[in-house]
Design a protein around this ligand. Structure first.
Ligand SMILES: [Zn+2]
Length: 290
């Protein structure tokens, strides 16, 4: 049984009496009674996180089985989300992708007429990104340590904020790196989503390396401290049969795994589906004048 509650909630500063939600294989999940932020406590050490983020980590999309298929899924999803900004138009300029990974979000940004830059921690990924986008476009650092006099028109952070130890520091830094009127776009698992509520401790996004879990309300609260949130909605991904099958086998636990397997049987192998995957998507703007 977990005896130590989180000493510190970085979202609202609440230091007392969080609710213990559940435990999964020794990992304890807590919820702040004041703001609703869900957090993991104790957090894994830096060493453990480094182990988790090994080369193998990026294989969740079935890249090893079907690299081109995995790439298509990612590209199509980024494209869909860029194209559905509800009238918020990104008018060219520069974009900084934080946690650029394989560079798919940068590729789509380029396609949308933006000039992409990327931050990435993995040395292997940096090597590949530099080949693709040029040495001057890729920085081998996290956002906290990134220093530049440049100000960006757009900053993107897909599936990043749930991994960081201090979400406020990261959003504050993003706000500083944006030009006045610039946009931050981000996605993260949504613990208030239907799938989270239905699946409880079996929810696929509960992972040892996800330190904080937001819903639309706590995300608004985080963003509002630094920017003007203008769109917070369910995130959509464009998924293929094969992607869902690979993800299901790796991450979904019984009995849900068997249910998804059975469901897939009814879906044509070539089908592409725009699905809400239990994540949220947010767009927030830096005020024109401060
Ligand atoms: Zn709180």
């Amino acid at each position: 049984m977990a005896s130590v509650p989180p000493e510190f909630d970085p979202l609202c500063g609440n230091q007392t009496d969080p609710a213990h939600l559940f435990e999964i294989d020794g990992t304890h999940f807590w919820k702040c009674r004041r703001c609703g932020l869900v957090m993991l406590h104790p957090q894994p050490s830096d060493e453990e996180l480094a182990r988790i983020y090994s080369e193998e980590y990026f294989d969740v999309t079935g890249r090893a089985v079907d690299p081109e298929g995995a790439r298509q899924v990612k590209i199509a999803s980024f494209r869909w989300n860029y194209q559905h900004l509800n009238g918020k138009v990104l008018q060219g300029g520069t974009v900084l992708d934080v946690g650029a990974g394989e560079g798919y979000a940068m590729e789509v940004a380029q396609e949308m007429g933006l000039e992409p830059y990327g931050l990435e921690l993995s040395a292997d990924a940096v090597k590949n990104l530099r080949k693709k986008f040029g040495d001057d476009r890729i920085f081998h650092t996290d956002i906290e340590d990134f220093e530049t006099t440049r100000r960006f028109d757009v900053i993107t952070m897909f599936d990043l904020i749930e991994h960081v130890r201090n979400p406020h520091e990261v959003i504050a830094k993003a706000a500083r790196l944006l030009r006045p009127g610039g946009w931050l776009l981000l996605s993260t698992p949504d613990i208030g989503s239907l799938s989270a509520r239905l699946m409880g401790k079996y929810w696929v996004h509960l992972k040892r390396e996800h330190l904080y879990y937001f819903d639309k309300k706590t995300m608004r609260r985080l963003l509002e401290a630094h920017l003007q949130p203008s769109l917070i909605r369910s995130h959509r991904k464009v998924l293929t049969h094969q992607y869902i099958a690979a993800y299901n086998e790796r991450y979904v636990r019984p009995p849900f795994r068997q249910l998804v397997r059975a469901g897939l049987w009814f879906i044509p192998k070539k089908a592409k589906m725009v699905l809400s995957t239990g994540e949220l998507f947010a767009a927030a703007q830096k005020p024109l004048s401060e």
